[in-house]
Design a protein around this ligand. Structure first.
Ligand SMILES: [Zn+2]
Length: 303
């Protein structure tokens, strides 16, 4: 199922949203109540039901209004009392790929409308939600068709400050730090989207004291693993160790001391649809460095 979700040609943030929805980790009121963040989990629209993922996306009358003006095939499924994952499976059995793509884009539209209302924005008309979803999807597909190729087209430039990637693309910065005294190393990875919003942060202590370049290679490997775990399909990796970045970008087999780690990285990268490995100045990598520094005072192993 996850593979099917990530094979959809929709913007990456929509993929991440569906993935979170199916895993029930969206910050819905029901989930926030469980964590003790809010005291009341009632849906702010209907003021009747608990705001769970399935409620806000298709059971709430305000969501049903949107599905009511959406594609006909989906209209038949939307009001059922089923969990997100079952709903996705039902979609797969009834609709073709294009219809499913529009459906998840609309679902994302409903969720972002909910977020915008929550933050004082306007409640957009159901017809507009559907139209915006159709337009976004169209724009995304046109942009994809233009770009083509396996790699993301980005200007060759050395940044001195962290810069956000284009819409739909993630950036994963990694760095490592070594502790001479406690003989351990720290890995820091930060995954951000085009708004610079942090989607994941990893801070891990490794009880081993390695040569710096091997440590850097391990950091890169962990960054790639993390993106794979998140099923991210378009990502720019950034590290400040030129040797490792070049080794990963090199097509020939790496026989160096850190070669095996680099080869493992290359294998994992094979599962990511579009990626780029870039070398950046330390100045563009400070947050990941901070996490790595924090980890050497560990032990810590957190995402
Ligand atoms: Zn409701």
């Amino acid at each position: 199922m996850w593979k099917l979700i990530w094979a959809l040609e929709v913007p990456n943030n929509v993929c991440v949203f569906i993935w979170k929805l199916c895993n029930n980790i969206l910050p819905t009121k029901a989930n926030l109540l469980r964590k003790g963040v809010v005291k009341d989990a009632t849906c702010m629209f209907c003021e009747r039901e608990v705001e769970t993922g399935k409620h806000v996306i298709w059971q709430c009358p305000t969501a049903q209004d949107v599905w009511g003006v959406g594609p006909r095939k989906i209209q038949k499924c939307h009001s059922l009392d089923i969990e997100a994952l079952d709903f996705m499976e039902l979609l797969w059995s009834k609709c073709n790929k294009e219809e499913i793509e529009l459906c998840v884009q609309i679902a994302w539209g409903i969720w972002s409308r909910r977020n915008s209302v929550l933050h004082g924005g306007l409640f957009t008309h159901p017809v507009q939600v559907v139209h915006t979803a159709e337009r976004r999807l169209q724009e995304y597909k046109t942009a994809q068709a233009k770009e083509g190729g396996t790699y993301i087209d980005v200007e060759e430039k050395r940044e001195i400050k962290w810069q956000s990637p284009s819409v739909g693309i993630f950036k994963a910065n990694w760095d490592v730090a070594l502790n001479n005294t406690s003989k351990c190393m720290g890995i820091g990875v930060l995954v951000r989207d085009h708004l610079g919003k942090i989607n994941a942060a990893l801070c891990k202590t490794v009880e081993a004291y390695l040569e710096p370049v091997i440590a850097e290679a391990m950091g890169a490997l962990r960054a790639i693993e993390l993106c794979r775990e998140m099923w991210i399909q378009e990502v720019i990796f950034e590290g400040d160790c030129k040797t490792v970045v070049q080794a990963i970008n090199c097509k020939e087999y790496q026989w160096s001391r850190y070669g095996q780690v680099v080869e493992d990285s290359k294998t994992l990268l094979g599962d990511i649809r579009r990626w780029e490995m870039r070398h950046v100045n330390r100045g563009a990598n400070t947050t990941a460095h901070g996490l790595a520094k924090f980890a050497i005072n560990g032990p810590i192993d957190r995402i």
